[in-house]
Design a protein around this ligand. Structure first.
Ligand SMILES: [Zn+2]
Length: 433
């Protein structure tokens, strides 16, 4: 590279780079210029840069890509603002999973520039009303119009990356598997993948998987609900193995009701790790026990998944899943999205969405997040909407200073009481996401 002072806007110096997309692993300096990755070398002279961020002792990762989030805030049941999360989690690319349907697609796309320098993409719900309410969006046949969905995808080409369809009994009712058939028809016409959510049957998991094509995505893949990927007598269902063999992807989508440690352990023991780790961040899940994407990644470290595999599942793998050519890598020339993490040894228990506990192992704590070359500044947490019922512990969490939220689980993960609001009464037909 030419040796000219001020060539680089910033040098992220001395960190341990893990970049699965390029295979780069080791101590590197990463130079940024004009919002792009300009150089990745073991030793870049500091005088070349206008500023230096000392990343010694830290991991330097591509900006994280969260493939399953709900950020259509102020317009939907689940939506939360990504900005109070992004700066302290390293997530620079946010993919909204079906919050908008045809009727609200334009409003979601119009919201996106307001999140800059964060990047945003989305899956369009097969139901024209999207996730404006908690559940039930696919119960009405007239709302699931594949022609309309395909037309809206064509109109907003470049923003929507695929079609979302929730498959569980509360969402589909009498419609059964039909909304998924329609989602696939719309996706086929637009040349994009379908992301299908699984939960409580009917329909059955085998019915769902039989329809999926290479590149389609199953989210909530470690759910303990009746559409579980585990066979009743142990191991992975044959339909699941077949789906992976033909290129169907499996995404975690932790959320508030869709991640079980015991299911995850059984799947990992059977040699079936997730392709993608995502949070399903929404305004209920971000107050625990899900919290955010690095917390989900740390749970997989606790389960024994290797660090490089965990990083791949939250960077290059999700970027590939929705064909984003900019995100998920520190390759020279890419958008300068970087996440700097410290690895701490956890001395507490993590909880899954069933409130089962597992001892934390190495925990990823975000130190800095750069999006398109800019360091993200702290943003106060957003207030949950009136329909989100919080426990005292969750309310206390929101009143802590922004910096302490780099460890949102601290002080909350020692007791189940912090999460009692997630115990659902059997009388309410509550959806899980
Ligand atoms: Zn979701």
């Amino acid at each position: 590279m030419p040796a000219r002072a001020g060539l680089l806007d910033l040098l992220v110096a001395g960190g341990e780079v893990i970049d699965p997309a390029t295979g780069r692993r080791g101590r590197y300096d990463v130079g940024l210029a004009g919002g792009r990755i300009a150089v990745v070398e073991p030793d870049v002279p500091r005088q070349l840069a206008a500023g230096v961020f000392d990343a010694a002792g830290c991991l330097v990762l591509p900006g994280l890509v969260d493939l399953h989030t709900h950020i259509f805030h102020g317009a939907t049941f689940w939506g939360t603002d990504p900005r109070p999360l992004a700066w302290r989690t390293g997530v620079t690319t946010w993919v909204d999973a079906g919050s908008a349907g045809a009727y609200s697609a334009a409003a979601l796309e119009q919201m996106s520039p307001g999140f800059a320098p964060l990047q945003m993409s989305a899956f369009l719900n097969i139901s024209a009303v999207g996730l404006i309410a908690e559940t039930g969006e696919c119960r009405r046949e007239d709302l699931c119009d594949p022609g309309l969905c395909a037309a809206v995808l064509a109109e907003h080409e470049g923003f929507f990356a695929g079609v979302k369809c929730r498959m569980d009994s509360a969402t589909v009712g009498e419609m059964g598997i039909e909304p998924l058939r329609r989602a696939l028809r719309a996706a086929e016409a637009a040349g994009v993948p379908v992301m299908v959510h699984i939960g409580a049957e009917p329909p059955s998991i085998d019915e769902v998987l039989d329809l999926l094509r290479p590149g389609d995505i199953v989210t909530h893949c470690m759910t303990s609900q009746t559409m579980s990927l585990l066979a009743p007598r142990g191991g992975i269902r044959r339909s699941v193995v077949g789906a992976r063999e033909r290129g169907v992807l499996f995404d975690v989508g932790h959320g508030s009701g869709s991640f079980s440690f015991s299911v995850a352990e059984a799947m990992l023991a059977a040699g079936f790790p997730p392709d993608v780790i995502s949070s399903d961040a929404h305004q209920r899940s971000i107050l625990g026990p899900c919290f955010d994407l690095p917390t989900c990644m740390s749970k997989f470290l606790a389960l024994g998944m290797g660090l490089d595999d965990v990083v791949r599942a939250a960077t290059s793998a999700p970027a590939l899943a929705f064909s984003d050519a900019e995100a998920g890598s520190l390759e020279v020339g890419r958008r300068a999205d970087l996440a700097v993490f410290q690895v701490e040894e956890g001395d507490f228990d993590f909880f899954d969405s069933e409130l089962e506990a597992r001892r934390a192992g190495p925990v990823l704590v975000n130190r800095a997040t750069f999006a398109a070359g800019s360091l993200l500044e702290p943003v106060e947490p957003s207030r949950p909407a009136p329909w989100v019922h919080l426990t005292d512990a969750q309310r206390a969490l929101l009143s802590r200073g922004p910096e302490t939220l780099r460890r949102p689980w601290a002080g909350m993960l020692r007791s189940r009481d912090g999460y009692v609001s997630y115990r659902r009464s059997s009388s309410s037909p509550s959806a899980r996401s």
